[in-house]
Ligand binder design. Structure first.
Ligand code: PNS
Length: 165
């Protein structure tokens, strides 16, 4: 039987416990899960692509069927190159639904054979986003429990370096 490959695309700036929760869920239902970081030169990310890739690789090392990659261009084209059957996305709250539905339906228009699979993270992460984590860290709030310890340390280093400038 063919193995079912899924991609989990995103910015992951930085990876949060919500992302990891979704990776764990996705790795249970797909044969192979590729965490795909968008290379987007238009955005000005806090963490470089290499830093995000390094963090995600370290954080997913214990999942035998998860690997991390980067991509640019259309998600559907990247999925096609890998022979992926599905795109995994997380839905946290109703507010995510409109944007995610629009993206899923547009991706279906572009490549009808590619399915989008939505999964819900654990309740405790339903209000969590990379954007809020960056903002809280930047303003000196605690992000304990929201991101893995490794990400917490890297955020602290990064913001210390920014503040010293
Ligand atoms: O973590 P994010 O920023 O919510 O992820 C958004 C992402 C990377 C999934 C989306 O921007 C994307 O798929 N970009 C690639 C370009 C593309 O395919 N655009 C058309 C989407 S319908």
């Amino acid at each position: 039987m063919n193995k079912v490959i899924a991609i989990y695309p995103g910015s992951f700036d930085p990876p949060t416990n919500g992302h990891l929760d979704l990776i764990a869920r996705g790795s249970k239902i797909f044969d192979e899960l590729v965490v795909a970081i968008l290379r987007n030169p238009e955005k000005d990310p806090l963490f470089s692509l290499a830093e995000r890739q390094g963090m995600l690789e370290a954080l997913t090392v214990d999942f035998g069927n998860v690997r991390v990659d980067t991509f640019d261009g259309l998600t559907v084209d990247y999925a096609s190159q890998l022979g992926a059957a599905a795109v995994l996305r997380g839905i946290r709250a109703l507010s995510d639904y409109e944007y995610e539905l629009q993206m899923a339906l547009m991706n279906r228009k572009l490549r009808p054979e590619l399915e989008t699979v939505f999964m819900m993270p654990s309740n405790q992460y339903s209000y969590l986003s990379s954007h809020l984590v960056r903002e809280i860290a930047h303003l000196g709030g605690s992000i304990k429990g929201l991101v893995p310890e490794m990400v917490e340390e890297k955020l602290r280093e990064k913001l210390d370096a920014v503040l010293k400038k």
